[in-house]
Write a protein that binds this ligand. Sequence first.
Ligand code: NAI
Ligand code: 15L
Length: 267
Amino acid sequence: MTSKRILITGAAGRLGTILRRSLAGQCELVRLSDIVPMEPAGAGEQIVSCDLADEAAVRGLCEGVDAVIHLGGLPYETGWSEMLRTNIGGTVNLYEGARHAGVERVIFASSNHATGMYPNDRTLSGESSPRPDSRYGLTKAFGEDVAALYAYKHGIRSLCLRIGSCLPKPDNRRALSTWLSQDDFVRLVQVGLTADYVHEIVYGVSRNTRSWWDNSAAHRLGYEPRDNAEDYAAEVESIELKTELARLYQGGNFVPEEFSSRKEWLG
Ligand code: NAI
Ligand code: 15L
């Protein structure tokens, strides 16, 4: 591994906990940061409590690391003020902190909800332009652009992961397309920590037979997913999302929430 000193934001969360486990003992330092408490530091770990909205604190947080895995933020739809403070402000603070600290690379947890308003019959790639399905999805599309600014202008390698549904196993029919196994998530992050790229947007998805995403850019970087949601098809195929809109668009349940278009813009 080239990155020896790593910062994980959102380290107390679902994905942060998976990464913490996988990186234990692998690096010179893993700095684990969140606003909520977590298990005490083990060997090679450091726990730093930090609100991503606190610009000065985030500056300090980024000091002395080679790579950042930016998972911290609100992973669901909520009002503008929280979104602006945490997801937009927090991501800007993080990249600005990384620039000041001379961080080499940032892996940004984007989301499939940046492109959630595409219908299910479209095959997307990291080059597909955003069609956010929510304020949440828009914050992720914004984060991808922040990543481009800091990559091309300031030389921070930036890998944006449009993560599908990272779960122990798929839990419904939609997830047969969107599932990212926890092991494949770790594999993808390992690629992000070592591969040669400037600014890339890829999908965080396993090798699902029914995937909606052409992830060849990730494969070119060296990502070799091993899990396939299809193995669980018999178990979950009959578990459908409840509304027609949710079934029609890639963003699933984020789509019908506050939906108010009188037209069908499918295409
Ligand atoms: P999570 O909610 O379990 O973890 C996020 C962490 O961020 C939490 O521990 C929370 O305390 C922390 N956080 C929230 N506000 C903060 C603030 N102001 N300052 C510092 N920390 C703050 O979410 P999860 O599932 O682990 O997701 C991690 C990232 O991946 C998120 O950015 C999410 O949007 C993204 N993602 C996750 C997917 C999934 O399937 N779990 C799918 C797509 C994207
Ligand atoms: C996300 O972005 C959410 O953070 C996660 O909780 C899931 O809803 C996931 O997308 C998904 O689309 O399944």
